[in-house]
Design a protein around this ligand. Structure first.
Ligand SMILES: [Zn+2]
Length: 431
């Protein structure tokens, strides 16, 4: 089943539509966003220079920092009275990246997520257990609305409380699981411990997984332990949230919904476009968004594109599952974290030096984060209670700023090993 016939339209038709929509988007951002007008002026281009999708390389890039610089609503092109939803993700300076949606934007989001669920074989007879976290992140509500649109029964279970997840999946007869792949394995582990029989106790047939880079091995493990079809969904809040692309049952490549989101691959260093098949940084332009249209957004994700036909009949370009990040971002249980964000939180806590080390490990299938921080040389700490208080404060600040749970260990000055040259800030034992 294919949700929308556009997904299997001839490429020429899609290109025609993309050209029309790009021209509209460029006119919109130029007339409504001083940020883009200035960028166009700097490059000495006007909307008239954009006559088709082939002209896209003339346009400026947008970076995550641009959204932060216009925090919170500076790049919105509609008055707040037309915004019906706001989402956000964490940011390096403590300020999150904020995105907004009009009613029409929400319709598009629901539409692309309906395509995702249909690609995963989900329909009105299904029960979707949604264990993505609900809240400011786009995961929970993104996976929720699309499932409702295809008529499935949605269980908005959200993250955490693994034993309860197992009980609800069994009792409510979940046929589809939506979660991060690592959480799917964790649920399986807890279910196995409780003595559950995967064949008799669960009705699961498919999963829609995403929000973290996933190796082939992990995909196979999730698929095998639950006995289900694995579908990977890709997306990012700056573009729409989950629903930019998804894998069908015929391959691991993800069909990009390119009538709404135009993908390019560039050399991250030079900004030059790279041909199909070659890996580079994924850049996406939104073609239909109202509240926050985005031109050539640098996702920081490394992948490649292919236009070879797919057995499912969909004609839209496919991307490889993301193979890495341009920068050294670390991902902890599906949450993106930059070492610089951690450093910022440490710098704002009294009594601590900036000599620290982040140690990432896996306990079962979940990532564990330990942070060693040296106490400042010149601070007098004379009670265990005081150390405990600093430790609690910083753990709390990391949780509220970056949405990550950590185990902080305060250590003596100069006790973290120094290396020649660049400090070893991250020890990733998961690899
Ligand atoms: Zn396909």
């Amino acid at each position: 089943m294919i949700w929308n016939q556009i997904e299997s339209s001839p490429q020429e038709e899609i290109i025609k539509l993309q050209s029309k929509r790009l021209i509209e988007t460029v006119q919109r951002v130029y007339s409504l966003t001083p940020f883009y007008k200035n960028k166009f002026d700097e490059l000495k281009i006007t909307p008239n220079d954009i006559k088709s999708i082939d002209d896209i390389s003339k346009l400026p890039f947008t970076k995550k920092q641009d959204l932060r610089d216009h925090y919170p609503f500076g790049l919105f092109t509609v008055p707040m009275s037309e915004i019906v939803r706001v989402h956000s993700s964490s940011g390096t300076t403590g300020k999150p990246t904020v995105v907004g949606y009009t009613k029409k934007d929400m319709d598009i989001w629901d539409e692309v997520m309906a395509r995702v669920y249909t690609m995963a074989g989900v329909n009105q007879d299904d029960v979707v257990h949604n264990a993505y976290g609900y809240g400011l992140f786009t995961g929970g509500l993104g996976l929720h609305n699309g499932a409702e649109k295809v008529g499935a029964t949605v269980i908005p279970s959200s993250g955490g409380f693994t034993e309860r997840q197992v009980m609800l999946m069994k009792d409510f007869g979940a046929t589809v699981l939506a979660s991060t792949p690592s959480f799917a394995l964790h649920i399986a582990e807890v279910a196995a411990k409780s003595g559950a029989c995967f064949k008799n106790d669960f009705k699961l047939k498919a999963g829609v997984f995403g929000a973290e880079p996933t190796s082939k091995g992990l995909k196979e493990e999730v698929s095998k332990v639950w006995g289900i079809d694995y579908h990977e969904v890709y997306g990012l809040s700056e573009i729409i949230g989950p629903g930019v692309s998804c894998s069908c049952k015929h391959s691991e490549l993800l069909h990009v919904f390119e009538d709404h989101f135009y993908p390019e691959i560039i050399d991250p260093k030079t900004g030059e476009a790279l041909p199909d098949g070659q890996r580079g940084e994924l850049v996406i332009t939104s073609l239909t968004k109202q509240a926050l249209p985005i031109i050539r957004y640098k996702t920081g994700d490394i992948t490649s594109l292919t236009r070879t036909p797919c057995k499912c009949g969909r004609t839209m370009v496919r991307m490889e599952s993301v193979v890495g990040r341009v920068d050294d971002m670390i991902i902890i249980n599906g949450v993106n974290v930059y070492p610089s964000q951690v450093e910022h939180v440490i710098s704002e806590t009294d009594g601590l030096s900036l000599n620290y080390q982040i140690i990432i490990d896996k306990k079962g299938h979940l990532d564990q984060l330990e942070i060693l921080i040296e106490i400042n040389d010149d601070i007098m700490i004379d009670s265990i209670g005081e150390i405990e208080k600093i430790k609690k404060d910083i753990q709390h600040n990391l949780l509220t700023n970056l949405y990550i749970k950590t185990n902080v260990k305060l250590v003596e000055p100069r006790s973290i090993e120094r290396s020649v040259g660049k400090a070893v800030r991250i020890v990733d034992k998961r690899k």
